[in-house]
Design a protein around this ligand. Structure first.
Ligand SMILES: Nc1ncnc2c1ncn2[C@@H]1O[C@H](COP(=O)(O)OP(=O)(O)OP(=O)(O)O)[C@@H](O)[C@H]1O
Ligand SMILES: [Mg+2]
Length: 369
């Protein structure tokens, strides 16, 4: 977390990056659907597209258009991604296209953006020491210590008693509490859920979560799910200020969002604000970490326009990385994931049946044996 997000300070320090000289960067000739995304007048927009259809390219062009043609200041643009590498690449591509350096960081991972929010808004006296992000091994140590049998330890249901203290059990507990927090449940709500549904394991997990968060608080530490959860609280609390600051929000790989990240976006860019997200529901890779593929399919109804209608959807229909045989094979596998959520049929069809673009290997005609 050495790179704080754009929100880390109210007056971000100047940041310079070396970029190649303007003019050496190719300006892509966008296809009809890519252009539609760039020309989107404002408000929420979902761009649905398969691998190699130019999603990130389109996002870069849309950002460049906001800044160059529509006069947005770079510090009013926020592009969120899931990995630091993706965030750096996006920033470098936009910087290269603009042909100038920027003083704002423009793109950020969800986690580093949330970290910036927490740092910016948390009263200093709340934490004895500067807030520190807990690494995965450190988190394991805290969990293991809390799971050892001590008088103050949580009493787990009889059926689980034999497993307590094993590594596998610690992992299970960690998963349950992480999933609960990604879904916005606090410890009391997890206890409540356990009682209401008659699941004593959840009840015990809720009590355990209280202890776990207390220990983190004592150490002025924070873990990844907690980072987003606190980011959401701060974003909701300072919604108007943040919306004024970040007028154009973009998300790459939207299929990897979990519900707490969607909540963060809602605070930043809900109610019909300018929010362009691109993603491929077939490529959801963070399922194990709580990402919910339904998130992308429900985007149109989660983020409605100012008049309350569902967000429009554009599907990119030209794939540029492989020919028709590979394309057909990959779509056949993916087509078995037959959920469409709130996606209009026409956009879904184009997403499902993209055309290969002509490339150095030809038009993607099947190879002759
Ligand atoms: N309109 C275009 N004309 C020519 N080439 C393009 C166009 N759009 C994208 N490309 C090229 O196609 C390739 C894939 O583009 P890009 O990385 O933007 O796709 P993506 O959909 O984000 O891929 P991934 O699924 O890996 O995230 C890149 O080499 C890019 O330069
Ligand atoms: Mg991409």
């Amino acid at each position: 977390m050495s790179t704080p997000g754009p929100a880390a300070t109210s007056a971000p320090a100047a940041r310079y990056r070396l970029v190649s000289a303007a003019g050496s960067v190719d300006v892509p000739r966008l296809d009809e659907h890519q252009q539609q995304v760039v020309d989107h007048a404002g408000g929420p927009l979902l761009v649905l597209a398969g691998p190699g259809t130019g999603k990130t390219t389109t996002l870069v062009e849309a950002i460049v258009d906001r800044i160059e043609r529509r006069g947005a200041r770079p510090d009013q643009v926020l592009a969120l991604t899931f990995s630091r590498k993706a965030s750096e690449q996006l920033r470098d591509r936009v910087t290269a296209r603009l042909g100038r350096t920027m003083t704002s960081s423009l793109s950020s991972t969800f986690h580093s953006f949330a970290y910036g929010l927490v740092r910016r808004y948390s009263p200093a006296e709340l934490y004895a020491a500067p807030l520190r992000l807990l690494s995965a091994p450190e988190q394991d140590v805290v969990l293991q210590e809390l799971l050892t049998d001590a008088p103050e330890s949580v009493r787990w249901p009889e059926s689980l008693r034999a497993a307590v203290g094993t590594r596998g059990f610690a992992r299970e507990v960690q998963t349950v509490i992480a999933r609960a927090r990604e879904r916005g449940l606090d410890p009391d709500q997890l206890v409540e859920l356990g009682r209401a549904e008659g699941v004593p394991e959840f009840e015990a997990a809720g009590l355990f979560l209280t202890q776990y968060l207390d220990v983190l608080g004592d150490q002025a530490a924070i873990d990844y799910p907690d980072l987003i959860a606190r980011g959401v609280i701060e974003a909701e609390r300072h919604r108007d200020e943040l919306r004024e600051q970040f007028r154009h929000v973009f998300v790459d790989e939207y299929q990897d969002t979990d519900p707490s990240q969607v909540a963060l976006l809602r605070a930043l860019a809900g109610e019909g604000r300018d929010l362009v997200v691109v993603g491929d529901p077939d490529q959801s890779i963070y399922g194990f970490r709580g990402a919910d593929v339904r998130g992308i399919l429900e985007f149109p109804t989660d983020f409605t326009t100012t008049d309350g209608s569902p967000a429009p959807v554009v599907a990119l229909g030209t794939t540029r990385r492989f020919g028709s045989r590979l394309l057909r094979a990959s779509r056949q596998v993916a087509a078995s994931i037959g959920v469409t959520g709130a996606i209009p049929a026409e956009a879904y069809e184009r997403f499902r049946h993209p055309e290969p673009a002509a490339n150095v290997y030809g038009r993607g005609i099947p190879m002759v044996k």
